[in-house]
Ligand binder design. Structure first.
Ligand code: GDP
Ligand code: MG
Length: 441
């Protein structure tokens, strides 16, 4: 899957100072394969990878993030960008009713969506009405009536002998009915077919011309993968649409359809369906979908927190000291406090991808650990903090007493510090986030 592949890439990057051209190429290659495996269409993959490479090259070496985190951040930002950036809203007509036309292949979930939208609109304070303009299948009208009843939303359906068989007439009558009866949003359900064909497109276009929709939503099953692109293009060409609705996201859809359709059509994904029940529905959140495609859980929250907590000027000073090997216990203490600002260390590390195997180690790093370190260092004099070498037996005993720990624990801390310092010297010049991930080490 995309997530596991990216995890492998990021794991190999983790801990390195700076992205070399070879690193970037390796990363790009993996991302490319991963996206293809996730059913993202080839032209989209190409454009995406090119954008990632471009940005990875220009990346400034941040003190708050290590290179792996920086790449994750770039990939995530590009994904969000393609997915439309922000959550899109229904454009309401200046003069009601607002008309929303649903289009898409058969079985994608249009009729179900009509009910979901109806219920959602009602919650937003609207008075919606659903229109049964799918007269293709014998029980399509009835299906919408059932869905509408469940949602508690009015359904406009052709009366027997009155325009039955002509969805265009039904749709037109429905708008007039909505206007007379002050329904302010009208959702028009239409017929779909198993594949794209001329008749289907013409009917949908005729309905469009009759009702002059404010929004045309193209409904696409997230499970179809690559096929989504050609279907989307056919609908864009034949009917046109202003937004996309992704359905069946509850399945094991790999997210490729979302990315491809959004990129190829340039239309925002507006809603997401995640089940058969009317409540399994929400506005589409690009950033959540990006996380899903990445499979990164809360890693982005972690990155944001790290960036905020790690004050920039402090970071620069720290980098300078590392390079000059001037890193002291005082700095070590400051870092501990920075890390502590981020919240419980266990949570923090748990948010990183690929940390599963490290669970055991993580369990050993907890806040008490941090607190103890802070107490020990605070019990030292400034001179001792600058130069721990002067800490002989009696000084250590004083520090241990002052911080309520044993001399052994003071020694453990000093060992840890020495080790950290060594590591920092190695990482100097581009290191990421020292202080993180060093427990028992
Ligand atoms: P239409 O032909 O486009 O009107 O599609 P329907 O609304 O009749 O839905 C086709 C089938 O897909 C039905 O069995 C729905 O219950 C199911 N369905 C619709 N949306 C979703 C969804 O988001 N998740 C799942 N699992 N099933 C869905
Ligand atoms: Mg239907």
């Amino acid at each position: 899957t995309l997530s596991s592949r990216l995890e492998t890439v990021f794991k190999s990057l983790r801990g390195r100072g700076r992205l070399s051209e070879a690193d970037i190429d390796a990363t790009a290659r993996e991302i490319r394969v991963a996206l293809l495996e996730a059913d993202v269409a080839l032209p989209v993959v190409r454009a995406f990878v090119a954008a990632i490479k471009e940005r990875a090259r220009g990346v400034e070496v941040s003190q708050a993030l290590n290179p792996a985190q920086q790449v994750i951040k770039i990939v995530n930002e590009e994904l969000i960008g393609i997915l439309g950036g922000q959550t899109a809203n229904i454009r309401l007509a200046k003069t009601p009713p607002t008309v929303i036309l649903l289009a898409g292949l058969q079985g994608t979930g249009k009729t179900t969506l009509a009910g979901k939208l109806g219920m959602w609109l009602k919650k937003q304070g609207h008075t919606p009405m659903l229109v049964a303009a799918d007269l293709q299948r014998p029980n399509a009208v009835n299906q919408l009536q059932v869905v509408g009843a469940r949602a508690g939303v009015e359904v406009f359906a052709p009366e027997p002998g009155n325009g039955i068989g002509d969805p265009v007439a039904v749709a037109r009558d429905a708008i007039a009915h909505a206007r007379r009866n002050v329904f302010d949003v009208v959702v028009v359900d239409t017929a779909g077919r198993l594949g794209v064909d001329q008749e289907l497109m013409e009917q949908a276009a005729d309905i469009r011309d009759a009702v002059k929709p404010d929004e045309i939503l193209f409904v696409v099953d997230a499970m179809v993968g690559q096929d989504a692109v050609s279907t989307a293009m056919a609908f864009l060409d034949g009917v046109g649409f202003s937004g996309v609705v992704l359905t069946k996201l509850d399945g094991d859809a790999r997210g490729g359809a979302a990315l491809s359709v959004a990129h190829v059509t340039g239309r925002p994904i507006m809603f997401a369906s995640t089940g058969e029940a009317l409540g399994d529905f929400d506005v589409f959140h690009p950033e959540r979908m990006a996380s899903r495609i990445l499979g990164m859980g809360d890693v982005l929250t972690l990155i944001e927190q790290a960036e905020q907590a790690f004050d920039q000027s402090e970071a620069e000073e720290m980098a300078r000291k590392m390079a000059a090997s001037e890193f002291t216990l005082e700095d070590f203490l400051n870092q501990m406090l920075q890390v502590q600002k981020l919240g419980p260390i266990g949570n923090l590390l748990g948010m990183l991808p690929g940390m599963g195997q490290m669970k055991e180690q993580l369990a050993q790093v907890d806040d008490r650990d941090v607190n103890r370190v802070v107490a020990i260092i605070r019990s030292m004099t400034p001179g001792e903090r600058r130069d721990p070498g002067i800490l002989q037996k009696t000084r250590k005993e004083r520090v241990a007493r002052g911080s309520g720990v044993t001399v052994t624990e003071v020694n453990q801390l000093l060992d840890r510090f020495a080790e950290a310092r060594k590591m920092m010297r190695q990482m100097a010049g581009g290191a990421g986030f020292p202080g993180l991930g060093r427990g028992k080490g």
